[in-house]
Design a protein around this ligand. Structure first.
Ligand SMILES: *[C@@H]1O[C@H](CO)[C@@H](O)[C@H](O)[C@H]1NC(C)=O
Ligand SMILES: *[C@@H]1O[C@H](CO)[C@@H](O)[C@H](O)[C@H]1NC(C)=O
Length: 441
């Protein structure tokens, strides 16, 4: 993959660029405009009624100063204008359909069913692993990723090619890097975790990967599977070569497993002031590794009861809307508090699975490189979906809060096009999918 990486050298004066490939052209960069021409030869497909080029994507925000974090008030550091798509259209150029819609005119609604990985037939499972293998070696035509060894100096920023799966892994990586404020890095908060954006942000990431795989393969019915880890106790029952791979003592995946030779995007040098440094040298990237059940602080997986206790909290999130939030569904799901009393700080639920698996999954910045991340987050998304139904929740319950990039009207960072965080507090049906019933839920 790295062999055909193209480096675009961008000088600070000239460039504020972003990640749809069509928006890192000189013209788009200088004009601070991400309104690509669609195949009907009009910007944002406007002459076909698909969309319009819109000024100020996040209208209430001031421009982000040069020495501050490039992700703040996403995506205003890079662009003043972007496409706004109408009706069932979507995508950075309105050339795509909204999630759940298909066809040239995006008027065909499809609801796909995400199943537990052990519910898939052997053929379906093999197909899933083949699609992932393809996504790991197929260069993304639509997106490039940002790379720099020195985040303080924006003239060192580069946009490089990446494989489809790696774009997905990178999005998560990029959302977690410490936030740069007035020249200092602060890792107390990030754009995807420790706040109300957590469930919706990850919902959007999964939708992104699912759609990218549908587009890559032409298989519109492809649905991501999930891993229901309830009641598995102290072993990961899918960590064998029929599923996500067994591992050796050191944690490296079995040579006979599907992801044995996958390497982690953005691994190697994980300095706070870099974005993906090392990504140009494939040899320095780590192989995936896992050590399920060997962390004494995370000896076993969450139980059925833990999930039920998490689901009982009726407040989506509570002040101060961070890892200290008490009696908050979001904070219990994310795994910072005991799900039963909603108060005691504890590593549970989402966080516990990461720690239990260890290795790549245990390092938050690079965890998305391991496909078990997808299965794990898909199950969390199912719990989130169950909560939305049980409490009849609508986007009104998404709270105003101080977490950067996590306000109700702010764009989930760094997705493109913009999806507001509150919009992601909607049932899965609205995005064209649902979950199978498995082990009673
Ligand atoms: C959007 O999709 C719905 C559902 O399939 C369809 O009824 C509607 O006509 C579509 N809208 C447009 C403008 O095509
Ligand atoms: C980091 O950010 C948090 C939350 O915004 C803030 O409370 C804290 O003071 C910041 N730390 C530093 C060193 O600036």
């Amino acid at each position: 993959m790295i062999v055909f990486c193209v480096f675009l050298v961008l000088c600070y004066d000239l460039v504020q660029a972003q990640f749809p490939r069509a928006c890192v052209t000189d013209e788009a960069i200088k004009g601070r405009t991400c309104c690509p021409v669609w195949k009907d030869k009009s910007t944002c497909g406007s002459s076909s009624g698909r969309g319009e080029c819109f000024n100020r994507i996040v209208p209430q925000m001031e421009p982000v100063p040069q020495f501050n974090d490039d992700r703040l008030d996403w995506p205003t550091y890079y662009f003043d204008q972007a496409c706004k798509c109408s009706e069932n259209y979507s995508g950075y150029d309105c050339g795509e359909c909204k999630y759940g819609y298909f066809g040239e005119k995006c008027d065909r609604k499809i609801t796909i069913v995400r199943k537990e990985i052990r519910e898939l037939s052997l053929l379906e499972r093999k197909r899933f692993f083949s699609y992932l293998a393809l996504a790991k070696i197929t260069k993304s035509q639509d997106f490039v990723i940002l790379y720099t060894g020195d985040r303080l100096h924006k003239n060192t920023y580069r946009f490089v090619d990446a494989a489809i799966y790696d774009v997905f892994a990178w999005i998560h990586y990029y959302s977690i890097k410490p936030i740069l404020m007035w020249g200092t890095f602060n890792d107390t908060t990030n754009y995807a975790h420790k706040g109300p954006a957590f469930p919706g942000w990850h919902r959007l990431g999964l939708l992104f990967l699912e759609r990218q795989i549908q587009l890559m393969t032409g298989d519109e019915n492809f649905a991501l599977p999930y891993w229901d880890w309830r009641g598995e106790g102290n072993k990961c029952s899918i960590c064998n070569d029929d599923f996500v791979g067994g591992n050796d003592e050191q944690g490296f995946l079995s040579p006979y497993s599907y992801f044995a030779f996958w390497k982690s995007m953005c691994s190697g040098y994980n300095y706070i002031d870099s974005y993906c440094l090392g990504a140009d040298d494939f040899n320095q990237l780590e192989r995936l590794h896992r050590k399920p059940g060997t962390n004494p602080h995370a000896p076993s997986l969450p139980t059925f009861e833990d999930v039920e206790e998490t689901l009982k909290w009726k407040d989506f999130d509570t002040p101060p809307y961070n890892r200290k939030a008490q009696k908050s569904f979001r904070n219990a799901l994310e795994g910072f508090i005991n799900p039963k009393d909603g108060i005691t700080p504890q590593v549970t639920m989402h966080n516990l699975i990461h720690d239990f698996l260890g290795g790549t999954m245990g390092e938050s910045t690079i965890s998305s490189n391991d496909p078990i991340f997808v299965l794990h987050h898909c199950f969390l998304d199912k719990i989130y979906e169950e909560w939305l139904h049980r409490h009849n929740a609508t986007s009104d319950v998404y709270p105003k809060n101080d977490q950067p990039g996590q306000g109700p009207k702010e764009c989930a960072t760094p997705y493109f096009p913009c999806y507001s965080n509150e919009h992601l507090l909607h049932r899965a049906e609205a995005f064209g999918y649902k979950y199978s019933t498995y082990k009673g839920m």
